[in-house]
Design a protein around this ligand. Structure first.
Ligand SMILES: [Zn+2]
Ligand SMILES: [Zn+2]
Length: 335
């Protein structure tokens, strides 16, 4: 079978290896689609070399079909599934608190452990969730980022009638916007990329484009009150600088972007308005289940977010294009 191997910063090599035999508790999957996300771009640039081994197989947004599964596992050949990639210890403080996705010894399939960028993939069945037939293959491959978004929106407590500002309209920012709208909130997404602005518009999301001042906009929108919730999904210092200035008294700020460097925050506003700021990462099992429900019912459209499909052999070029600011939203590897 074909598989893509991480060969150090800037390089993936496609090679041929034997089809793996599933061991105890594992189903053998035939992979159909794997999403490429921001984490994968960090891996590509060598930022996660302390976690991803040379020769490692990445891919944590996997949609596949079951080839064979253990008896009584609840899965049978032909089932369409997505892979929940979180591996936890079950014993540490986080796991005992019910936050196993933040396990102190957390491992992620497709980062620390082998992922889905290959034709056949053995996975223990407790990591699998069934995909309803109503969902197409492209949409199914976007369930993982949708689970990120449902987790983020739940943690931020967004409710009907809220006003929400999302800084950053890439795949995760767009999905957060769509989930907030589904919950009955009014949403505006701030983004600078023209292609993404156009796509957000076709999804019916209000946007704030390049050169528009978010603080000034929110003051006009809310008569100086501020939005109920703001999400920081850009990783950019300008957004972090502005985020505490756009939220109302007792409002909520959710940090979703991965900030590798310390950033300047206006803490006066945190104090003056008694704001709550929290981080939001990965997902609970409940977030996955909600994501599948929202996708299957059509409440959150996923297929329009897929702007490109590439073959496994084009992974290096696909990553280079994404890093170069190509006109894309979600890119999938199609097997
Ligand atoms: Zn991801
Ligand atoms: Zn643990």
């Amino acid at each position: 079978m074909r598989a893509s191997f991480y060969d150090g910063p800037g390089r993936f090599a496609t090679g041929s290896v034997p089809v793996p035999a599933p061991t105890r508790g594992e189903a053998l999957l035939r992979v159909r689609r794997v999403g490429i996300c921001g984490t994968d771009l960090h891996i590509f640039q060598g930022h996660l070399d302390h976690r991803v081994p040379r020769g490692g197989v990445i891919g944590h947004e996997t949609f596949a079909e079951v080839v064979e599964a253990p008896k009584d596992s609840g899965f049978v050949a032909g089932d369409r599934v997505v892979v929940e990639p979180v591996v936890c210890c079950g014993a540490c403080r986080a796991c005992r608190m019910g936050a196993s996705y933040l396990c102190y010894s957390l491992k992620v399939l497709g980062v620390d452990l082998p992922g889905g960028m290959r034709e056949y993939y053995p996975v223990t069945t407790d990591h699998l969730l069934k995909v309803p037939d109503a969902l197409g293959d492209d949409a199914a491959a976007v369930i993982e980022p949708l689970a990120v978004a449902t987790h983020d929106v739940t943690r931020a407590g967004v409710k009907r009638g809220d006003r929400v500002l999302v800084f950053g309209g890439g795949p995760i920012g767009a999905l957060i916007g769509l989930v907030c709208r589904q919950r009955g909130a009014e949403v505006v997404v701030s983004e600078i990329n023209e292609f993404r602005l156009g796509l957000l518009g076709t999804l019916g999301l209000e946007t704030l484009g390049r050169g528009r001042d978010a603080v000034k906009f929110v003051n006009e929108w809310t008569d100086g009150v501020g939005v109920d919730v703001a999400f920081e999904v850009t990783g950019r210092p300008e957004a972090v600088r502005a985020v505490t200035d756009v939220v109302r008294v007792w409002g909520t700020i959710s940090i979703v972007a991965i900030h590798a460097e310390p950033m300047a925050v206006n803490l006066y506003q945190m104090f003056a308005r008694e704001l709550t700021m929290h981080g939001s990462r990965l997902y609970t099992r409940a977030a996955w289940e909600e994501a599948i429900r929202l996708a299957a019912s059509g409440a959150v459209p996923l297929a329009p977010l897929v702007s490109r499909r590439i073959p496994l052999e084009a992974l290096t070029e696909g990553m280079q294009a994404a890093l170069g600011g190509a006109n894309v939203m979600k890119v999938l590897v199609e097997l």
